[in-house]
Every structure is written in structure tokens, then in C-alpha cells.
Design a protein around this ligand. Structure first.
Ligand code: AP5
Length: 219
């Protein structure tokens, strides 16, 4: 099953992707996570991406396209994946279309998570992430059992650098100016589906599962 998640920063793409990964046994490909891992390991991609990420800007298309192309060719992507954070520009969407054509992949579903600006700020300011396994929490909405500690692996939770107020502001500007337009690129496709993401994660996930059930019945 091949799924793409679209939506503003903080809409809940990562949270939903992890639920889909767990239920459908397909890998969660988060371009943000892959970039952060590269930054931490100080790879060439990480060193090139760091300044853009720290300032809430998009990493150049060519770097992103190469990165995603390499990742989807890996063995664990053979039967599907849930793509979170890519594409973010028309150029990336076009490149993805070519990659899918080359690999003879048909997209099963593109979910666009719609969320209010107020919810975005509230979600990003309270987000905490596990350093080790990447599990995502929220200090009020989805708190860990022990404060500051991951339920899954016990490692320490941290607040992402780009969740600081000024960087969030810039990420939202960039989303409106550059990324929102890919909704019109996809919205005419039969696999496109709008999701109200202002709700609890479980409710959103139930709607996604129902929609995937319908799509697989309709072939
Ligand atoms: P990336 O890591 O992709 O960040 P983002 O798209 O801004 O999205 P987020 O990870 O902030 O939010 P999310 O929608 O996944 O929400 P989450 O589930 O965590 O990208 C970071 C940077 O990398 C970019 O700024 C850019 O520089 C670069 N980059 C990445 N991809 C790129 C690309 N393709 N091209 C160029 N540059 C690229 O949820 C947020 C919070 O809300 C959490 O605390 C969660 O617990 C909580 N929450 C989630 N859902 C719910 C719910 N339903 N109810 C209550 N709380 C909820």
C-alpha cells in the first residue's frame, strides 16, 4: 500500500503515519526525520540541509529528490510505504510522479490533513519527540506515562529546535507560499482525500482506515 500524507507543519502527519505503519506494516518515510538523522550524523546531506531547517526554509529540491529516490528503492519499501513530508513543491511532486512511473507504483491514497492555525501552534508548542525511536508525544494531548520519558523505549524526550516560535512562524509562511499549492496538483486525483485533522488522533485514524478499506474495495 502506497500512501502520501500532506498537511501543514504540526497537522499530525507524523503521528498518523506511525499509526498507519503499525497497522499496515509498511515503513513510515519522514523526510524531516531522515534529514534530522543526517544532521545529527553530520553527513554531507545533513551539513547542506542544516541551515535551511534551522531557519524554517525548504531544503533545495535536488537534495530532497535524490534522498527520497534512494530511500524508496530500499528493500523495506517493496510492498509499500507511507510518505510524510514529501512532496512539498511542484518540482518534488513531478519528480515523485516519475519515480512512481519508473517503479510501476500506483498511489493508493493521498490524505490532506486540514487543521486550523490555532491548533497548529498549540500542537507544535507542546510536541515532544523521543531521541531514540522517534515516537511523538504532546505534553497535554498525548502525554507520555512518565514525564520526559518515552513509553516505547524509555529514552529521553526532547523539543525540536524548529518548534521555537520564530522558526514555526517561518515554516508556516513557507507552507502557505510554497507547499499549499501541491494540494491543487493532487486534488483531482481519485486517490486524494481531505481529512479533518482538528480531531483526536484516534478519530482521524479511524476515518483513514475506513477510506483505505473503501479504496481497496473499489480497486
Ligand atoms: P518535517 O519534520 O517534515 O516537519 P513538518 O512538515 O513541518 O511537520 P511536523 O513534523 O512539524 O508536523 P507533523 O504534521 O508531522 O505533526 P506531528 O504528528 O509531529 O520537516 C522539518 C524541516 O525539514 C522542514 O522545515 C524543512 O526544512 C525540511 N524538509 C522536510 N521535508 C522537506 C521537503 N520535502 N522539501 C524541503 N525541505 C524539507 O504532531 C504535532 C504535535 O501534535 C505532536 O505533539 C503530536 O503529539 C500532536 N498531535 C498530532 N496529532 C494530534 C491530534 N489529532 N490531536 C491532538 N494532538 C495531536
Amino acid at each position: 500500500m502506497y500512501i502520501i500524507l500532506l498537511g501543514a507543519p504540526g497537522a499530525g502527519k507524523g503521528t498518523l503515519a506511525k499509526m498507519i505503519e503499525g497497522k499496515f506494516d509498511i515503513p513510515h518515510l519522514s523526510t524531516g526525520d531522515i534529514l534530522r538523522d543526517n544532521v545529527n550524523r553530520k553527513t554531507s546531506v545533513g551539513n547542506q540541509a542544516k541551515d535551511y531547517m534551522d531557519n524554517g526554509k525548504l531544503v533545495p529540491d535536488d537534495i530532497m529528490i535524490q534522498m527520497v529516490k534512494g530511500r524508496v528503492l530500499e528493500e523495506d519499501c517493496k510492498t509499500g510505504f507511507v510518505l510524510d513530508g514529501f512532496p512539498r513543491t511542484i518540482k518534488q511532486a513531478e519528480a515523485l510522479r516519475l519515480i512512481f512511473n519508473e517503479l510501476d507504483i500506483k498511489i493508493d491514497a493521498i490524505f490532506n490533513l486540514e487543521v486550523s492555525p490555532k491548533t497548529i501552534i498549540e500542537r507544535l508548542s507542546g510536541r515532544r519527540t523521543c531521541r531514540n525511536c522517534g515516537a511523538i508525544y504532546h505534553i497535554k494531548n498525548i502525554p507520555p506515562k512518565d514525564e520526559g520519558k518515552c513509553d516505547k523505549c524509555g529514552d529521553r524526550l526532547y523539543q525540536r529546535d524548529d518548534d521555537k516560535k520564530d522558526v514555526v512562524k517561518e515554516r508556516l509562511i513557507v507552507y502557505k507560499a510554497q507547499t499549499k499549492k501541491i494540494i491543487s496538483y493532487y486534488e483531482k486525483q481519485s486517490s486524494f482525500c481531505e481529512i479533518d485533522a482538528n480531531r483526536k488522533a484516534d478519530e482521524m485514524f479511524m476515518e483513514v482506515c475506513k477510506s483505505l478499506g473503501r479504496k481497496s474495495r473499489n480497486g
